[in-house]
Design a protein around this ligand. Structure first.
Ligand code: HEM
Ligand code: HEM
Ligand SMILES: [Fe+2]
Length: 477
């Protein structure tokens, strides 16, 4: 094994599979950005590509690509760490490879159908074969069933490997979380023509994924990542993991109520949702303390600087995007005014980026270090400007976009909601004010900045360590 040279053959079966998942994830990340740019441009020039790729389609592809690539990132990370954690080779390797291809072809077909059939009546047939019409999980029913089957197969690979090898605290939490994550998806397939009922179940997938099962998933990945990049003792990361899981589920499950304020559910949800969701930032604070304390104890010394930087970005991004930006609008007294404005979008962008994009990028850097023969990735790395610039551009772009959307949301809350009384006319009035229109331009500009950052990131992922011959002095455990 030579440092700096790509050595795919030396990876274990699970890790080779992980690389495939990461490649598709990054391709979809780029697609997500491009469709985001199109959708953002249509805010400024509504006629742009009208009838060719409509706004609703751009938006749908933008957020579906996001959900799918983040899931690919998680699956890749799990396949990367499962054999190391269990101490035995992957169980059901062949099946795992078949699953990867089936899933990837299915995703491609779903997207092509989205783009080919953009409008028309909706009925049972379109529900099964074109579009289910539920934001974030629009995939048609046939794909839903396929996804659940693939998740079952992946579950078998992961749980089977732990069963054959050894269990650990991380392994136990991970396996239980996978059951919950896949099980919740069923709630999104429950079709009814009663809109409040439909929304009621739909939120089980959306909220309970991102604010419960996905958070626990990244807790597991983070625990393993901290052991690898900082050599934090297993005892410490496992203890933290248990605390975080308890807090996360304790607040996140009933925190679901913050989506039940205005959809026709009983009034007690105002109190339940307001109270429990207000507690949700607590585990996120615990995560920041955990990561920063561990990094500080090791004087921020690590054999993988880009991974450590992205792990720290994750800790703060999760806290700010989910904890602070979520908290700002979670009390019903405030949400009455902010609901349905760009506040949600401001929070949605910062939370998904801060909590999930960051940790997956960190993990990919951990993987790449090994893929390149345990190459040097610390101080004065050759070509080190790339990871720093991409990190900076992506973050400046994301924070700028978040602030622009927040300003637009503030203005809507005042003009459309507080002053205009949420009438139809006020809705349009809110979107023609200069504060709103200018914010949309700023969002566009920062989106271009982010896309530049992503392009540099992708180049870096292909090139990092290529000009190095030094190996990392391993700090593992
Ligand atoms: C990583 C975790 C999180 C992610 C990815 C996330 C993402 C999102 C997204 C995308 C939406 C918009 C949903 C829609 O299309 O209507 C949303 C809504 C919301 N989020 Fe979060 N969120 C997270 C955590 C939190 C936390 C911890 C809180 C509370 C402390 C919170 C409070 C809210 C509220 C109140 C809304 C509803 C806004 C409205 O409809 O008026 N979120 N979230
Ligand atoms: C080039 C950068 C990006 C641009 C220009 C962009 C633009 C947009 C636009 C125009 C929308 C539709 C908003 C609306 O319906 O009012 C949207 C929605 C959304 N985007 Fe992005 N986006 C970008 C990057 C990202 C990233 C990196 C993420 C997360 C990882 C993300 C997550 C979301 C989410 C969750 C929504 C739905 C928000 C909601 O309904 O509240 N976007 N984006
Ligand atoms: Fe939520």
């Amino acid at each position: 094994m030579t440092a700096g040279r790509v050595d795919y053959a030396s990876l274990s079966a699970g890790q080779q599979l992980a690389v495939k998942y990461f490649v598709v994830a990054m391709a979809l990340f780029l697609a997500q950005m491009l469709f985001g740019l199109l959708a953002a441009w249509q805010f400024l020039d509504p006629e742009f590509l009208f009838g060719i790729v409509d706004f609703n389609v751009n938006r749908m592809v933008h957020i579906n690509a996001m959900v799918v690539w983040l899931l690919y990132g998680f699956i890749g990370s799990i396949f990367w760490l499962v054999e190391d954690e269990a101490g035995v080779p992957l169980v059901g390797c062949k099946l795992a490879n078949i699953t990867f291809w089936v899933l990837t072809v299915a995703v491609a077909i779903v997207v092509v159908v989205y783009l080919v059939v953009q409008s028309g009546p909706g009925d049972k047939w379109t529900l099964w074969f074109i579009n289910e019409g539920r934001e974030y999980i629009e995939a048609p029913r046939w794909a839903d069933i396929g996804i659940v089957l693939c998740m079952g197969a992946i579950f078998y690979n992961v749980a089977g490997t732990f069963v054959r090898g050894k269990w650990s605290g991380i392994a136990g939490v991970l396996v239980l979380d996978l059951i919950a994550l896949a099980g919740l998806y069923f709630a999104g397939m429950f079709y009814t023509t009663n809109l409040p009922l439909d929304q009621y179940w739909w939120w089980w997938v959306i909220h309970l994924w991102v604010e419960a099962t996905w958070e626990v998933m990244v807790g597991c990945i983070m625990a393993w990542g901290l052991m690898k990049t900082l050599a934090t003792p297993r005892r410490i990361v496992t203890t933290w993991l248990y605390i975080e899981v308890a807090l996360m589920f304790g607040s996140g499950i009933l925190g679901l109520g913050h989506h039940y304020f205005w959809i026709g559910t009983p009034e007690y949800w105002l109190g339940v949702g307001g109270f429990f969701s207000a507690l949700e930032p607590i585990p996120l604070v615990a995560m920041v303390v955990h990561a920063v304390y561990d990094a500080g104890r090791h004087s921020f010394r690590s054999n993988n600087h880009p991974a450590l930087a992205w792990l720290i970005a994750h800790a703060f991004g999760n806290f700010l995007g989910a904890g602070v930006w979520g908290f700002m609008q979670t009390l019903p007294q405030i949400n009455l005014y902010t609901h349905g404005t760009q506040w949600s979008s401001s929070h949605g962008h910062l939370a998904f980026f801060g909590a999930y994009v960051t940790i997956i990028v960190a993990f990919i850097y951990i993987a790449i270090q090994k893929l390149r023969g345990d190459v040097w990735m610390s101080a004065d790395l050759r070509g080190g400007w790339r990871w720093k610039w991409s990190l900076a551009l992506l973050h400046v772009g994301m924070v700028g976009m978040t602030i622009a959307l927040l300003i637009a949301g503030y203005e809507q809350s005042f003009v459309e909601r507080a002053v205009g009384g949420s009438t139809w006319a006020a809705y349009f009035e809110g979107q023609t004010q200069p504060w709103f229109v200018e914010a949309m331009w700023w969002r566009m500009g920062f989106g271009v900045l982010m896309t530049a950052g992503l392009v540099i990131l992708l180049v870096d992922l292909l090139r990092i360590g290529a000009d190095e011959t030094r190996t990392s002095k391993s700090l593992d455990r």
